[in-house]
Design a binder for this molecule. Structure first.
Ligand SMILES: [Mg+2]
Length: 342
């Protein structure tokens, strides 16, 4: 190799490394609101506790019913199989909001290298109620399987994190099934559920993504919602969902392959379903159609420019107090449809 060719290759290598490590800047508040919700909302904590408490309460009935299975593909004679529950890990058992807090603080996007560093630290806390549910299942003689799309190379760190939080895993059997731990264990978790279903009767599934319950490969939002509706009998009985406002197929479908802040934000605005505004005239018609009149204050609180004539309904005109005149003024400031690109 000539010296100049060698130098060219070296420069290309440095360039590719530099490109790979450059953080993606984000000013689209990708995770600001959702991470605050996970960290600060008592209602989120209550919802997780409620879900795990409900699951715990259902364990007894699930154990008693020899035909009970949460895995729709599990058929045949399953009564003799030992019972198991399957839980996802991220945002189901382990709380990664501190990592997403880093993403927010630095105005960055999800970054695999930074995520891997978080996983290796093995310091995620438990989602509320997860530890108690797992302990209750184990106490009742139910095997606890964890099926995660964390990469198989990080199994030891994931195991360490769980152990640090008091989750004791079966020392005899590998119950922590990672992504690509076997060639056929792909992101679609059905192959891992099928693997467990060969040896266990699956009582319950717990997760924050529909993929934790059934295969959703290639399904759009409408189809996924149809899956949820069709499985109505499973929810709170065999399937238990934990909310995840931060990430999932729901937002991936919206932002798609958009890369610039402007594109991402525009797609989010375009995806919002908003009621159409109605005119004051239409609002008056609605109020006039009300079964028993309406308080005068409703006029003031709903019409953009209430006038004396707005207090016109015959039933109230004598008694109605004067409606304060409002000055015609500019409408309140509204946020722009989309910010300009940086
Ligand atoms: Mg998850």
């Amino acid at each position: 190799m000539t010296r100049s060719l060698f130098l060219l290759c070296l420069a290309a290598l440095f360039f590719s490394v530099a490109c790979e490590s450059a953080p993606v800047r984000r000013h689209t508040h990708e995770r600001l609101h959702s991470t605050l919700y996970l960290q600060r909302s008592a209602e989120y904590q209550a919802t997780c506790l409620q879900t795990y408490r409900t699951a715990t309460d259902r364990l007894e009935a699930a154990l008693k019913d020899p035909a009970w299975t949460a895995e729709t593909a599990q058929t045949g004679d399953i009564a003799a199989l030992p019972p198991a529950v399957i839980l996802d890990i991220d945002e189901t058992v382990l709380d990664n909001a501190p990592y997403y807090g880093q993403v927010v603080r630095k105005d960055e996007d999800f970054d695999l290298k930074q995520w891997n560093r978080w996983v290796v630290r093995a310091e995620a806390e438990l989602i509320a109620g997860a530890g108690e549910f797992i302990a209750a299942a184990q106490k009742a003689g139910v095997a606890v399987y964890l099926v995660t799309n964390r990469d198989a190379r990080f199994e030891a760190f994931t195991r360490l994190n769980l152990q640090r939080r008091g989750i004791s895993l079966d020392p005899q059997t590998d119950t922590l099934l990672m992504l690509r731990e076997r060639p056929e264990w792909k992101a679609d978790k059905r192959t891992r559920r099928a693997f467990i279903a060969q040896t266990h009767r699956i009582l319950m599934l717990v997760g924050d993504n529909l993929n934790d319950f059934t295969s959703i490969e290639g399904l759009d939002e409408a189809a996924r919602k149809q899956v949820v509706t069709a499985a109505a009998a499973q929810w709170s009985s065999r399937w238990f969902a934990i909310p995840n406002p931060g990430y999932g197929n729901w937002i991936d479908d919206i932002t798609g392959d958009a890369r610039t802040d402007e594109d991402i934000l525009n797609r989010k605005y375009a995806a919002i379903r908003a009621s159409t505004e109605i005119s004051d005239e239409q609002m008056r018609e609605l109020m006039n159609a009300a079964p028993s009149g309406y308080p005068v204050q409703v006029i003031v609180d709903t019409l953009t420019i209430p006038t004396r004539t707005d207090v016109a309904p015959a039933a109230q005109s004598e008694e109605a107090p004067a409606v304060p005149q409002q000055k015609e003024s500019a409408p309140p400031e509204t946020p722009p449809i989309a910010p300009t690109a940086n």
